[in-house]
Design a protein around this ligand. Structure first.
Ligand code: SF4
Ligand code: SF4
Length: 314
């Protein structure tokens, strides 16, 4: 899955033989409090995590799932059929949009308008599309659980889009949306981490780092982060261990599921037993599952702890 999926720095840290001016780990507790995934009264009882398109308008080095060929069409969402599918379940949903870049879907704002009449949405976005302004004008922030702004510093810098990202981030924040930024803790960016954090800090961006999941220089991550890497990026052990949960209880397929860009619904990216289609119907399983997979790049029980917590107490 592509990565789409932290502002006061005061301490000085020696790393190896050089002086590194900014330390993340001291502030991890501040960030985790600031990175609220939902607000009060935003209650839902099911979650669909929708890879709505693989197309993307950026081309990050660490991203393996995107399609950058602009000749590949991005399909609109069939809004009437989608709402009918949701209504048939009798549930209140969180629909999270990811990709690729979900704001490339031509009618994404119209779809969000229709969904948020009864349900909630959340977003992973790189914030560079032109329709962010329309989204701000038309969507009620109370129906948006959070906007995960994927901050791809090198790509944005190379395309001269850093300021565009900042403008859209602040546009959303000032309109009352619950927004935070997350960057990929790609091993290659260790050396420029201070510049990235400084930029975020100067522009009032709440920035955290998410573990890189993949291969870099022949080594698999997140397994091969050193303890100093984890401290450098402000990543704690639970953010790593959630990728290996074989045998643990998970609500994938029970009240949470992934939707592929063709509309087919599966319990998760690792359990490929189809349970529906977003335009026809979704049949959730009657019980939770013991995770069958040795590795998982998108642990649904961890990525929506509110819903998983609710599930366990019911
Ligand atoms: S913004 Fe970067 S990481 Fe996210 S989908 Fe596009 S290319 Fe991949
Ligand atoms: S692979 Fe991931 S989402 Fe699927 S059951 Fe295991 S932890 Fe849950």
């Amino acid at each position: 899955m592509p990565f789409h999926e932290q502002s006061a720095f005061i301490s000085i840290l020696f790393l190896g033989s050089y002086l590194f001016p900014l330390r993340l780990s001291n502030f991890a507790f501040i960030f985790s409090n600031m990175k609220k995934l939902r607000n009060k009264n935003q209650n839902y009882d099911a979650w669909l995590h929708w890879d709505v398109t693989k197309r993307c308008n950026l081309d990050c080095e660490y991203c393996f799932g995107k399609i950058t060929d602009a000749s590949i069409k991005v399909h609109s969402i069939e809004i009437v059929k989608l709402i009918s599918t949701l209504d048939k379940t009798g549930k209140t949903f969180r629909i999270s949009f990811t990709g690729g870049e979900p704001t490339l879907v031509p009618n994404i704002v119209e779809a969000c308008n229709a969904i948020t009449e009864k349900h909630y949405i959340s977003f992973n976005s790189n914030l560079i599309s032109k329709n962010i302004n329309q989204f701000v004008q038309e969507i009620n922030p109370d129906r948006v659980l959070h906007i995960h702004a994927s901050f791809h510093y090198d790509e944005l810098l190379g395309k001269n889009l850093l300021i565009h990202f900042v403008q859209n981030y602040n546009l959303l924040k000032n309109a009352g949306f619950n927004i935070y930024a997350e960057a990929v803790a790609y091993p290659k960016i260790r050396e420029k981490l201070d510049a990235i954090v400084k930029f975020a800090n100067q522009n009032d961006i709440i920035l955290t780092f998410a573990p890189f999941y993949g291969n870099y220089n022949g080594e698999l991550y997140p397994e091969n982060y050193t303890s100093s890497d984890l401290e450098l990026f402000g990543i704690n052990q639970s953010e790593i261990s959630c990728f290996t949960q074989k045998g643990e209880l998970c609500n994938a397929g029970y009240n949470a599921a992934v939707v592929f860009s063709n509309g087919n619904v599966y319990p998760c990216h690792q359990i490929k037993t189809k349970i529906g289609n977003i335009y026809e119907g979704v049949n959730f399983n009657d019980t939770m599952v013991k995770c069958p997979s040795k590795k998982c790049g998108c642990p649904l029980n961890k990525y929506d702890e509110y819903l998983f917590g609710q599930t366990k107490t019911n």
